[in-house]
Design a protein around this ligand. Structure first.
Ligand code: NAP
Length: 307
């Protein structure tokens, strides 16, 4: 039986692995489908302390993994598919394989939100994407007008990144003010290749018949007017939803799916702890996720000592 199983391999997961490994608990970490989590898909991280020149998101996650491995973290590149926290030891399944553990740290992160349009789904990877850093350099986007949807840090970061490839980047936002931090917003809005399209939403994406993105239908929410905009790519950056589907009915979740924690990182089931973007809808930074991972590890360690 395991002492600690960690679900997730983002900043929260690796930090809780590092701390529980150093506490000689030999943690077992399941990376999930995307080892390193969403940060591996970002470009330069400029606000993680200790890296004055910035650090590539993928490299940061690899460094965290190495540090956790150095102290004895066991890693499995697999996805937990089912859990049962109703009795002890806690049970987790990887399809048919059962793993039993005294404690669980859930650091499952979050996934990109979708617009919910039928054609968005049909044109995914054919011009619709959720990650400029992963897909922005594709030939189909070179010297073409591109659309980024959203008004947060991600949208600004993606729009700025895409100016390397596209002829022009339209930043379509549903309000007339960005939610992004001032530095990211200023950087995007001062870029001559980025044109904001305020108060507008994407109502449809064309052209399924051609099997590629050729444009979008926009609606101005203030005037009600609709228009079309030619583009070769649609980059959706409208936030995230927590990866908590498998925990439904097992621990308390808020209406929007975030894990409810009290007393630091304790979930509604004693011995199951939560950390990072699957818990935190407020700060959602790499450094706060890492901090929560540290807190979850300390909570798990103290709980184990109390048994
Ligand atoms: P976010 O801050 O939640 O912003 C989502 C944006 O999408 C908002 O502008 C929102 O509009 C818009 N939106 C949401 N649902 C929409 C819909 N259905 N249709 C159209 N627009 C919609 O998400 P994020 O930008 O991904 O950032 C998440 C967290 O990561 C934040 O805490 C951010 O600071 C952090 N982050 C940091 C960096 C960095 O510092 N380098 C980079 C990326 C992300 P409203 O504004 O009207 O709500």
């Amino acid at each position: 039986m395991e002492n600690v199983v960690i679900i997730g391999s983002g900043c929260a997961g690796w930090t809780s692995a590092l701390y529980t490994a150093r506490a000689n608990l030999a943690p077992l970490l399941f990376t999930g489908a995307q080892p390193g989590g969403l940060l591996t898909t970002t470009s330069i991280v400029e606000n993680y302390p200790g890296f004055p020149e910035g650090v590539d998101g993928f490299e940061l996650m690899q460094r965290m993994q190495k540090q956790a491995e150095r102290f004895g973290t066991k890693i499995r590149y697999e996805r937990v598919t089912k859990v049962d926290f109703s009795s002890r030891p806690f049970k987790l399944w990887l399809d048919d394989e059962l793993v039993e553990t005294k404690t669980v740290i859930i650091a499952a992160g979050a996934s990109h939100k979708h617009l919910g349009l039928e054609n968005e789904h049909l044109l995914e990877k054919k011009g619709v994407t959720y990650c400029a850093t992963c897909d922005g350099a594709w030939p189909m986007f070179r010297n073409q007008p591109l659309v980024v949807v959203g008004g947060g840090d991600s949208a600004c970061e993606e729009a700025t990144y895409l100016t390397r490839f596209g002829s022009k980047v339209y930043l379509v936002h549903r309000r007339d003010a960005l939610r992004a931090s001032k530095i990211m917003a200023d950087r995007a809005l001062s870029n001559p290749k980025i044109q904001p399209v305020w108060d507008s939403v994407v109502e449809d994406i064309f052209d399924v018949k051609q099997d590629k993105v050729t444009g979008v239908k926009l609606k101005n929410l203030k005037t009600g007017q609709t228009s079309t905009l030619d583009c070769a790519g649609v980059f959706v950056a409208i936030g995230h939803k927590p990866n908590t589907d498998i925990f439904e009915g097992q621990i308390e979740l808020a209406d929007d799916g975030y894990i409810v924690c009290q007393k630091g990182t304790y979930t509604s089931v004693t011995g199951v702890f939560g950390a990072g973007d699957c818990v935190d809808r407020t700060y959602r930074q790499a450094i706060t996720a890492a901090g929560m991972g540290c807190a979850a590890a300390i909570d798990a360690e103290r709980y184990l000592a109390s048994l």
